[in-house]
Design a protein around this ligand. Structure first.
Ligand code: NAG
Ligand code: NAG
Length: 459
């Protein structure tokens, strides 16, 4: 990058020198004879072109304009034209090199510091979310700092450790909620089919939560070490950890309390929680925030935590709420064939009947763009994708920006639309931009997720 910048500056300086030597302001080369126009349209366009990649059609137009104008000068003053052309060549090459240097520099530092707050006990889309985060880390787009687990199921964090190990990312910190939430009415931990298989049959340093710190401690240590306003958090599990973080007191990692620490370090929280119009009606309780009430979980220790977290999240932190994953499938039979049996992410989808084989809950119109049957719905992977790539990926937009969300104790959420005159908050709902028909949009989003899952680890 430094070399490109230096080259750019050198060329730019050459251009200026040459320009000075000819005693002829550059803009006159473009101005029609006898014109007193100071800054022509062509100059504007030229600067725009040099400073940003412009739409092809536009640069075609400006190029032809420039050519026809130069041609008319050519008859009058060939010598000055030559020197002007040389100056322009130096200046433009210089500018472009500077631009390339800056772009290269910005992508090199654009890796998003990310924390994933997950629940690896019940559904397999948490696995997909963590696996794509590792793939995005391999691509240099994300820096996965930590994965914290949000139910007390002891082996859940072991499955996260297996995935770290598969990708060779042992630097990713692990933490776990260690309370009693996560059990059914009989006092049994609610598990999933894939967790024991991964923990028992794939290599990992961590097998259960006894080997990792509390989630809050991992959150606090990781945030304390991060640059200000830098961290993105994808909260794709229960709200137990994030509420505990916001409630936390100063400790050996930071003199700030939880709210202050989040206010200083966190840039963005993407929530997989709640339901949003137009895809879903307002005011319903949904899985993560109602603490799995659909599915046998006893809510004590979790109920009220989403309500608390939404209430106490500092206003300067951007929050994006998503339920779009409902309509996007990933991890289907393409994932079975693109990756090896030693891939624990793939194994999780095979173990989980929702992942590959059971098509009873989806309509046949949802066959993916490769003609394969769909896999699992993508609630959690979409949250991670957007936390890293932003909404520009996959025709997403932020809808209802400036409105705000709240949840009740039982985890039902209620969205207040933005005030037309005042932006009330930095909160938005993730939506499709409507560029493509609904099917095309979700199929391309599916393909992006599967592409990431199919990437072999870089190690
Ligand atoms: C947790 O893992 C450790 C190390 O493998 C093991 O010794 C311990 O028995 C496990 N604890 C539980 C509750 O499974
Ligand atoms: C928007 O907020 C302003 C300032 O608080 C208030 O005066 C106005 O009535 C609000 N408008 C609506 C539609 O709520």
């Amino acid at each position: 990058m430094e070399m490109l910048l230096a080259l750019g500056l050198l060329l730019f300086a050459c251009g200026l020198l040459l320009e000075y030597a000819t005693h002829r302001p550059l803009r006159h080369a473009f101005a029609p004879p006898h014109s007193t126009i100071v800054m022509t349209e062509a100059d504007d366009d030229f600067m725009e072109e040099a400073s940003e990649a412009v739409v092809k059609r536009r640069s075609w137009r400006t190029k032809s304009q420039r050519m026809s104008r130069s041609a008319s000068f050519g008859e009058e003053k060939p010598a000055s034209l030559l020197s002007a052309v040389a100056s322009i060549a130096f200046l433009s090459t210089g500018l472009l090199s500077i631009y390339a240097g800056l772009v290269q520099g910005s992508t090199a530092t654009a890796s998003v510091p990310l924390i994933i707050d997950t629940d690896m006990s019940f559904d397999v889309d948490d696995v997909g979310a963590i696996c794509i985060a590792h793939a995005l880390m391999d691509l240099g787009e994300a820096e996965l700092l930590a994965v914290v687990h949000s139910s007390g199921y002891p082996e859940g964090i072991g499955a996260a450790s297996v995935i770290n190990e598969w990708y060779g990312h042992s630097s990713v910190r692990l933490g776990a909620y260690k309370g009693s939430f996560g059990k059914d009415a009989n006092g049994e931990w609610i598990s999933g089919l894939y967790v024991p298989n991964l923990v028992q049959n794939f290599p990992s340093p961590v097998k259960n939560l006894s080997q990792v710190p509390e989630s809050v401690e991992v959150y606090r240590q990781t945030l304390a070490e991060a640059a200000d306003s830098s961290v993105a958090i994808a909260v794709i599990g229960f709200a137990t950890n994030i509420a505990a973080l916001l409630r936390s007191s100063p400790d050996r990692y930071s003199a700030l309390n939880g709210v202050e620490l989040v206010k200083q370090k966190v840039r963005l929280v993407v929530w997989q929680g709640g339901w949003y119009e137009p895809l879903h009606p307002d005011g319903h309780s949904t899985f993560n925030w109602d603490c799995g009430s659909c599915c046998g979980y006893q809510g004590v220790g979790c109920l009220g935590e989403a309500q608390y977290a939404l209430q106490h999240m500092p206003a300067n932190v951007e929050q994006i709420f998503t339920d779009l994953g409902d309509a996007i499938y990933h991890g289907g039979s393409r994932f079975r064939s693109c990756s090896s049996a030693s891939n624990p992410c793939r194994q999780a989808y095979i173990d989980h009947s929702w992942g590959l084989d059971d098509l009873s809950d989806v309509s046949s119109t949802l066959i993916d763009m490769y003609g394969h049957p769909p896999g699992r719905q993508s609630w959690d992977p979409i949250a991670v994708l957007v936390a890293v790539r932003g909404v520009a990926s996959e025709q997403f937009v932020l809808d209802q920006s400036g409105g705000y969300n709240r949840a009740d104790f039982a985890g039902a959420n209620f969205w207040t639309p933005p005030n037309e005159s005042i932006r009330l908050s930095k909160q938005s709902i993730l939506a499709f931009d409507g560029t493509y028909p609904w099917y095309a949009e979700r199929l391309s989003a599916s393909a992006v997720l599967d592409d990431l899952l199919c990437r072999p680890p870089r190690k």
